[in-house]
Design a protein. Structure first.
Length: 473
């Protein structure tokens, strides 16, 4: 058995993926500490009203690393479904299919929007403006004023809580996969029979909810000998010798407290939280830097309706400023489920900031907001919901404000220099990513651990790879 001890903080995909790989390849003894009651984090699932429900809308994309996709398929077997994408976007009072389809665009796209977009494309072909450094300038230079003002800009304000000009251009490059007219055209043509790439317009989804992916990794890790614990909150990471490993990780569960010895601490929790938990503490300028970056929060509003199905669509997108929610999903449609009969649950995503007036609204108030938004979009509930409940995500998305790079790099550089400590995953690298990106980070981290030593140079090369990740829509 290996003598190397790794304590992993956080049980999302990046955490459970690393736990499984470490035990699968017999590289280390593993203890994983997850403060919540489930594995998967924001990509997890829970059961209510006779259904398995996700924390928002999630899909496993065909763009996944083939080796990782093969592992997911092996772990889930027949439970992993290959499904067609069938969503729609509310744009200027019209519903447009998503992924975009040529015929649907011709029949439904607002004519003034279409003409404005065409005019912008011609202007860009003649003389492309300088991209600049902001979210607004990057997208306007590449997609033109029409698409930006009617789609991306109002959506950005809702998602991240800031005007597009206040956001870094990196946010645009990370979150907008169709970031120019050529890519947009390629996406549309990619839905035409004969031009479709393998996997285009499709996604993978577990029959028992998206969280089944993380649960399968956790189960396999446990079977391989990992000690995985939910309900355990890390309270301190202390160096035994005052400068590096071995580390003592203290965690609490109710009135219990336990300290775990580790040669390596791999953290997938927010890097800002990790920095404040380390002993010796970071220099004052590092803690100051940690206070200058932050995350966007989100409330998930669930409404159970007394019907078999609300619509045929898996997800509805609401970019306009006339609604508060940004997306609504119907979980039964993701897995083509018919049960439970006479009941379906809708999930609305409402970005906000932890502690603000929206965050403090009651479930009843949030249910009323949800009902007003869908009614205003022309798809009212057929009857008042049977019940409404919520889930709150304090750290849903990293927010890249202009100039965020300097404080993040200072914080990241310091953490990266702490011997035996690795920060990775969406929260650990302050990164916009999909689940397959988080799993890729986990796999690469395990590759870097050999004979108890972590190859920092190889990890630095992988970090360059991670920097090129673009979120799949």
């Amino acid at each position: 058995m290996p003598d190397t001890r790794v304590v992993i903080l956080g049980g999302g995909p990046a955490g459970v993926g690393a736990a499984y790989q470490l035990r699968r390849h017999r590289k280390a003894e593993v203890v994983l500490l997850e403060r919540g009651d489930h594995f998967g984090g924001n990509a997890g699932s829970f059961e209510r009203a006779g259904q398995r429900l996700d924390y928002g809308s999630h899909r496993l994309h065909p763009a996944s690393d083939p080796a990782i996709l093969a592992d997911v398929q092996r772990l889930l077997g027949d439970e992993l479904l290959d499904r067609p994408r069938h969503g729609r976007i509310r744009l200027l009072g019209q519903w447009i299919h998503f992924p975009l389809k040529p015929v649907d665009l011709l029949l439904r796209l607002d004519k003034s929007f279409a003409l404005g977009s065409l005019r912008d494309a011609v202007r860009k072909a003649v003389a492309k403006p300088d991209e600049g450094d902001t979210f607004a300038s990057v997208l306007e230079a590449n997609l033109g004023t029409t698409i930006c003002e009617h789609f991306y800009f109002p959506y950005a304000v809702k998602l991240w809580g800031h005007e597009p000009a206040a956001l870094s251009g990196i946010q645009a490059r990370k979150r907008v996969s169709a970031g120019n007219f050529l890519k947009l055209i390629q996406k549309v043509l990619g839905q035409v029979p004969g031009l479709k790439k393998p996997g285009a317009g499709r996604f993978f989804y577990p029959r028992r909810g998206f969280g089944a992916i993380s649960e399968a990794y956790a189960e396999a890790a446990r079977e391989a000998g990992a000690d995985l614990r939910t309900g355990w909150t890390m309270t301190r990471v202390e160096s035994a010798n005052g400068s590096g490993p071995p580390w003592r990780v203290t965690a609490e569960a109710g009135d219990r407290s336990e300290t775990f010895e580790a040669d390596h601490v791999w953290s997938t929790i927010p890097v800002t939280v990790l920095a404040k938990s380390l002993d010796p503490a970071p220099p004052a300028e590092v803690l100051e830097a940690a206070g200058r970056i932050g995350y966007r929060s989100m409330i998930l509003i669930y409404a159970r309706l007394g019907v078999d199905q609300f619509t045929e669509f898996d997800a509805h997108y609401f970019p306009g400023a006339d609604t508060r929610i940004t997306r609504m999903s119907e979980p039964k449609n993701y897995a083509a489920l018919r049960e439970p009969a006479g009941s379906t649950v809708l999930c609305a995503e409402l970005p906000c900031q932890a502690g603000d007036e929206v965050w403090s609204m009651s479930d009843e108030e949030l249910g009323e907001l949800f009902a007003r938004d869908v009614a205003g979009a022309g798809i009212p509930f057929p009857a008042p919901p049977v019940e409404v409940w919520t889930r709150r995500l304090p750290q849903a998305y990293p927010v890249y404000l202009m100039g965020y790079e300097e404080p993040f790099e200072r914080l990241d550089r310091w953490v990266d220099g702490v011997p035996g400590v690795l920060s990775y995953g969406r929260q650990g690298l302050f990164a916009h990513d999909n689940t397959h990106h988080a799993l890729a980070m986990a796999y690469r981290a395990v590759e870097c651990l050999d004979g108890g030593e972590f190859d920092a140079a190889a990890w630095a090369r992988h970090r360059e790879e991670f920097a090129r990740h673009v979120v799949e829509d």
